[in-house]
Design a protein around this ligand. Structure first.
Ligand code: GAR
Length: 195
């Protein structure tokens, strides 16, 4: 059984979908802990399933590196097989990436390498794109530059706002994320052979 830590910053709707999938006994992975860089609303989903949480509040650390060291210490407690960034809106310092990659994956609301960064949905709209998408990648030292594990196109509709477009992208992200975690767990997807 693959053990997974999920890191979030916000509402955790993608986390919720992964938790729901993992609640099925036939799913080959278990979420063992949910962490965040702040008091995230998404903790409620972990609590719903009785899954432990931890918070490493970014703003309380002197530097990104110090924050990363505490994040590493927390992950060490749980020793997951895989770490999933599911809406963690912080760049990880190199020490965290070096310690966990390639067992460190991220979901992103755009068709990478298009529109990387913190505002993938907004940037696609601002560019006048007629289609965008969702991607699941291995985290590397860059901003959303790691090897792509799964991705799918999502059309941009003329009346879309950032909110409506993101709402249509998220179900695609969830499906891709659940599928990637399942494939890693079954051995269909060997992250060490990719990154
Ligand atoms: C997701 O769309 C995720 O891809 C995005 O934040 C959202 C979190 O939603 N992450 C990034 O943009 C990272 N660059 P959620 O909290 O409802 O799961």
């Amino acid at each position: 059984m693959l053990t997974v830590a999920v890191l979030i910053s916000g509402t955790g709707s993608n986390l919720r979908a992964l938790l729901d999938a993992a609640a099925d006994p036939s799913f080959p992975a278990r979420i063992v802990v949910v962490g965040a860089d702040r008091q995230a609303d998404g903790f409620a989903h972990a609590e719903h399933y009785g899954i432990p949480t931890f918070m490493v509040p970014f703003r309380e650390f002197e530097s990104r590196e110090d924050w990363g060291d505490e994040l590493l210490a927390q992950l060490d407690v749980w020793q997951p097989d895989l770490v999933v960034l599911s809406g963690l809106m912080r760049l990880l310092p190199a020490a965290v990436v070096d310690a966990w990659a390639p067992r460190l994956i991220n979901t992103h609301p755009a068709y990478l390498p298009e529109f990387p960064g913190a505002h993938g949905v907004r940037d696609a709209l601002a560019a006048g794109a007629t289609e965008t998408g969702a991607s699941v990648i291995v985290v590397d030292g860059g901003v959303d530059t790691g090897p792509i594990l799964a991705q799918e196109r999502v059309p941009v509709l003329p009346a879309d706002t950032e909110h409506t477009l993101h709402d249509r992208i998220k179900p695609v992200e969830r499906r891709l994320l659940i599928d990637v975690v399942r494939r890693v767990a079954t051995g269909d997807l060997d992250l060490t052979a990719i990154a």
